[in-house]
Design a protein around this ligand. Structure first.
Ligand code: VG1
Ligand code: CO
Length: 543
């Protein structure tokens, strides 16, 4: 077969963010764009000749087109075998699992995760290495540099692969396997969780709803919850991956999954409701009339994890991203577990998981995962919650209330200021950073600043310290404000402000979240002067 070197010009704007490359579909559609990025990845890797590459995506607009291009380039670049999900579908955790299972060289996952889809929406590509997790920052930087100078990519001229048919095809020396997207992942979940326990739980008639948001988890949820565990047929809603997610914004939170929240808060609403995001690595849990904050969820998972036999004796330690609330810390202290607070982004958990420093990790942005694979995993988190409920016989609300009684409650909320002008957002960050230099000791109402500055992370496996553009303001009594800019957007800037307040007074475990945080919010407005820089009085998305 004819392998051609095709001349191309570099695209110098290919900056990679927290999770690979994410851009508007219109950018990805430019001639040679995907080719340049994928070839830049391959050019920065070594030793993949003859090895296996896993390919799949969340089904969003441009998924299949991108996959066909990538397959032809992988052939030209001399990979040995490609494993691709049927119709190009693989959730991020399923792809990560396949990398481990087949000891693959790595995988290319086509998704912009929680960003909107459709022809006007976003598209994305991320490379996961042999660990199953996202490529480390150093490699991503190398790839970014490569995209600025690349002048050719390798391609073969061959007809498109039929991705609808499960089976093996050979092109030249390349073996291409189209596999069922769900089989391996579902089997793996069965190894981790006690499916008999869960089947019995569903037999009791629990009212369960899983919202796949017209994104990738539909087929996974239908198979696992409805077929394998006997949940009522139809309990998985929005269950077909659609190119535009049927107009939904596949980010499971109180704002974008409001329809599910309304359902959970209705009179005959479900006892347990859950949702996941575009690529299936995030989750949201609701009980009847009850929302489980993801930071609390992580702490509760830590408290119960060893009840799941797979984890018995393996709870080495736990980690949270630094803006995730300190609820987890109380559990770690009680259990004598090492606790790590990492910068935002899953890749920082990777080395902790690889080095058996932790068994569980998660983020306030509705993501959690464990040593079972090196990504966050939405369906896994739902199965873990179901296991807790089945084992204890308690409702979602009871589990959380008891947790607060035992450990106290950390009130937390994230205020997102979306679609800011980049310059304005940078100006706020700069101003805040300057302000922090003189904040210690200052008083804001009843709050006294204990310490403020930029967050520095020291990787416990390499001991390398890194200062991040993340502002933290710590008050006495355990209250915090953390501010950073999003790294996953495709245009403008999003500022995320994270608020935490610790409450141990058991008479105040069920207060209104935003009211409880009001003095911190006022302090942020005053310190940041955000209104002057951006014209914004309030956040656009509050979770
Ligand atoms: C966001 C979340 C972060 C998460 C990242 C990728 O990043 O805050 O916690 O790891 O998305 O999640 P940022 O930089 O926009 O704050 V996913 O589900 O989009 O891969
Ligand atoms: Co995601």
């Amino acid at each position: 077969m004819d392998i051609k070197a095709i001349k191309t010009k570099p695209f110098i704007d290919q900056k990679t963010g927290t999770s690979g490359l994410r851009k508007k579909v219109s950018v990805f559609r430019q001639s040679g764009y995907i080719e340049n990025f994928v070839q830049s990845i391959f050019d920065c890797l070594e030793g993949f000749e003859g090895k296996t590459l896993i390919i799949g995506g969340d089904g969003r607009f441009y998924n299949e087109k991108a996959i066909q291009t990538i397959i032809k380039m992988a052939i030209a670049n001399q990979f040995g075998r490609i494993i691709v999900g049927q119709n190009g579908i693989l959730s991020t955790p399923a792809a990560s699992h396949l990398i481990n299972k087949h000891e693959a060289f790595g995988g290319l996952i086509l998704s912009a995760s929680h960003n909107p889809g459709g022809s006007d929406g976003d598209f994305g590509i991320k490379f996961n290495n042999a660990s199953g997790g996202s490529a480390p920052e150093s490699l991503m930087q190398k790839i970014t540099e490569r995209t600025k100078v690349i002048d050719r990519y390798w391609m073969v001229d061959t007809p498109d692969i039929d991705l609808s048919k499960i089976g093996t095809q050979t092109i030249g020396t390349m073996i291409i396997e189209v596999i069922d997207s769900v089989d391996d992942y579902a089997e793996y979940m069965q190894e981790i969780f006690d499916f008999d326990l869960l089947k019995n739980y569903f037999k009791k008639g629990i009212k369960f709803v899983f919202d796949a948001m017209n994104a990738v988890t539909g087929p996974y949820a239908k198979r696992i919850f409805e077929k394998m565990l006997g949940a009522k047929e139809g309990c998985v809603i929005h269950d077909t991956p659609m190119p535009d997610f049927g107009g939904l914004h596949p980010e499971p939170n109180l704002v974008y999954a409001k329809h599910l929240v309304d359902m959970a808060y209705s009179e005959n609403g479900p006892d347990f409701a859950a949702a996941s995001d575009g690529d299936g690595d995030r989750y949201m849990i609701l009980g009847h009339n009850f929302f489980v904050n993801p930071s609390d969820s992580l702490a509760i998972l830590a408290d119960y994890l060893e009840e799941i036999p797979y984890y018995k004796g393996r709870l080495y330690g736990v980690a949270r991203s630094m803006p995730t609330s300190t609820a987890l810390d109380a559990v770690a202290t009680a259990k004598g577990l090492p606790l790590y607070a990492t910068p935002t982004g899953w890749k920082y958990f990777g080395s902790l998981l690889d080095n058996k420093k932790i068994a569980l990790c998660g983020e306030e942005s509705f993501g959690a995962g464990s040593l079972h694979l090196n990504e966050k995993d939405g369906i896994w988190a739902v199965l873990a919650w179901l296991s807790i409920l089945a084992k204890t016989g308690k409702t979602v609300e009871q589990v959380v209330q008891e947790h607060w009684q035992k450990y106290g409650r950390v009130y937390c909320s994230t205020h997102n200021y979306e679609a800011l002008e980049s310059d304005d957002a940078n100006a706020v960050m700069h101003h805040l950073t300057e302000q922090t230099k003189t904040l210690a000791g200052q008083q804001f109402g009843d709050l006294t600043v204990e310490q403020a500055g930029l967050f520095t992370y020291t990787d416990p496996t390499t001991n390398i310290a890194e200062e991040l553009p993340v502002v933290e303001i710590n008050f006495s009594g355990g209250s915090r404000i953390i501010v950073r800019l999003s790294g996953t957007g495709s245009s403008g800037a999003t500022m995320r402000v994270y608020y935490n307040k610790t409450m141990t007074d058991t008479a105040h475990l069920n207060d209104d979240v935003q009211e409880t945080l009001a003095d911190l919010i006022a302090a942020f407005n005053q310190i940041s002067d955000i209104k002057r820089f951006t014209g914004r009085e309030v956040a656009t998305v509050i979770t």
